[in-house]
Design a protein around this ligand. Structure first.
Ligand code: UN1
Length: 522
């Protein structure tokens, strides 16, 4: 395999010598650049923050400071919103072809820089090499896919019917203005790029806040847009503590909409709070508690591998991760044995190293959440594998916990609450009906998977499951691995806000509002 092969989240390690060689070179470059101090970027001008600098530490080794980032406060938020507003007017007047041209250049730059970006993400958030490269590749594909949506619709302009012969009617979609874009740590490039590029392509300006855990990757995105020729002021980069600027960002009266990926609790707060004067668009992807269902007819090897991959890639810190399994009682024992066996074989360690699959969780709070969930699992059921913090060598430097499988009674709250730590709950059910009912009992509805050899069962699952991203028999990841243009990523219920997802065909239009134009010919 050469680097011409595109790495996605479903790639498995094979003959990737050239990939690893380039990755090593990039990693050394990123390591050598660590430790610098970075300002905010507002209208392309460096702006110091008002608070104490934020240390960007690697979860692999918490003593490593990758960079120190300015801490923005309300004054910087205000400046960024004003700059964005000024810049947006000119941007909206440019042709959509101009905007698409600049954004396609950004996609090309991401591909050119993908090794540096992947190496940085591996260090900054603890991704394995393949996961990190998947994130970089997805980012470039997201931009291209969204550009296609503008091209196919001729910039979202369409002729309408007439009710009198004298009139000419046109429907156009027009930008809202300034979008605040708040990104999470887990896909620090892909989610930041997906949300912001769609907003920009639609003619909006963006005030962007990366996760506190991944500001350096966020800065790289700002540089990519700048180098692609995006005019100053359209993408403003603000780093800061959630407590200081999280609310100030979306509460600013100059903000016209929010695009957010993160927790349901924060999403609900923004959604409830932002529409004080009128209802503003709120595009949100809010996590999941994704179930995999294993029926009596399932290929149990495929099911175990699919669950293992989706439960433990990126240490379960994906909104799409499988965090609960409902297995038919008649096959529960052999399924569990295979899942334990597959999980035992996982290579754990420093994820920047070749062929390591499983790295650290993002921070100490995640370790504590893991420990709390394990204690609850021990009280309510049993731990079939894992359950402890990893110790010794590299593990003592970062936030490492073991991939954990718990068998639990169906009433446990561990089947309902999103944890974002590597613990998968396995429960026995009497058949497909019970599996679907249990799956749907959670407030979330993002992804779901089934393993079954029976086509009728699969159809019934698709028809009845309350989730936006559904898979059947996906061995490379029971519930994970969505890709732009292949799997729309739409959260139902508590997992989203608009009923249309990123990676899907209706995404860009959501950053636009409709204007109808009727002209009476004189
Ligand atoms: C997320 O975890 O927030 O389908 C979204 C997948 C990834 C998910 C990204 N594209 O597994």
């Amino acid at each position: 395999m050469t680097t011409a092969t595109k790495i996605t989240y479903t790639s498995t390690s094979g003959d990737l010598d050239d990939f690893h060689h380039r990755f090593d070179t990039a990693l050394a470059k990123v390591r050598a650049a660590a430790g610098a101090t970075y300002p905010n970027l507002i209208g392309d001008e460096p702006v110091a923050g008002s608070g104490e600098l934020l240390d960007d530490r690697s979860p692999i080794d918490a003593s490593v400071v990758l960079g120190r980032f300015a801490s923005a406060g309300p004054a910087e938020v205000d400046l960024a919103v004003r700059r964005a507003k000024e810049a947006q007017r000119g941007w909206a007047r440019r042709s959509w072809q101009d905007r698409v041209g600049i954004l396609r250049r950004a996609a090309r730059l991401i591909r050119e820089r993908k090794y540096d970006l992947a190496a940085l993400m591996a260090l900054e958030v603890g991704k394995s090499r393949l996961e990190a490269m998947g994130d970089a590749e997805e980012s470039a594909d997201l931009i291209d896919y969204y550009c296609g949506q503008v091209e196919e619709t001729d910039g979202f302009v369409r002729a309408m019917g007439r009710i009198t012969p004298a009139e000419r009617n046109i429907d156009v979609l027009r930008p809202y203005g300034v979008f605040v874009c708040i990104a999470p740590f887990n896909f620090p490039l892909a989610l930041s790029t997906g949300m912001s590029s769609a907003a920009l392509m639609a003619g909006n300006a963006v005030v962007y806040k990366p996760s506190e855990e991944a500001p350096w990757t966020g800065l790289r995105l700002a540089e990519i847009y700048r180098d692609a020729g995006l005019p100053a002021g359209l993408f403003n980069f603000l780093t800061g503590r959630r407590e200081t600027i999280g609310d100030a960002l979306w509460q600013h009266p100059g903000v016209d909409g929010v695009v957010f990926t993160g927790s349901k609790a924060v999403g609900l707060k923004i959604h409830a709070g932002i529409s004080a004067r009128w209802i503003k668009p709120c595009l949100m992807e809010l996590g999941g508690k994704n179930a995999a269902v294993v029926t009596a007819s399932a290929d149990l090897d495929a099911a175990a591998e699919g669950v293992m991959r989706s439960a433990f890639s990126l240490q379960n810190q994906k909104c799409s991760a499988t965090s609960r399994v409902y297995v038919d009682r008649t096959v529960a024992r052999p399924f569990l044995d295979r899942l334990v066996e597959q999980t035992r074989a996982i290579r754990m360690g420093d994820p920047t190293e070749r062929d390591v699959f499983f790295g650290p969780v993002i921070n100490q709070r995640s370790v504590e959440r893991f420990e709390g969930a394990v204690a609850q699992a021990r009280r309510e059921g049993a731990i079939a594998l894992g359950g402890e913090r990893l110790r010794g060598g590299i593990f003592d430097k970062g936030h490492f916990v073991a991939p954990t499988i718990a068998t639990l009674p169906l009433a446990s709250t561990l089947y309902r609450e999103e944890l974002f730590v590597p613990l998968v709950a396995v429960g026995e059910v009497g058949g497909l009906d019970e599996a679907i009912a249990e799956s749907n009992a959670a407030e979330y509805g993002l992804t779901a998977g089934i393993f079954s050899a029976d086509r009728k069962e699969v159809e019934r699952f698709f028809d009845e499951i309350e989730a936006g991203v559904c898979y059947a028999n996906k061995r490379s990841g029971a519930t994970t691995g969505a890709w732009p243009g292949a799997q729309a990523f739409c959260g139902w219920k508590g997992s989203g806000s608009t009923g249309k997802g990123g990676c899907g065909p209706y995404y860009v239009a959501q950053f636009l509002r409709e204007q109808n134009r009727t002209v009476i010919e004189v």
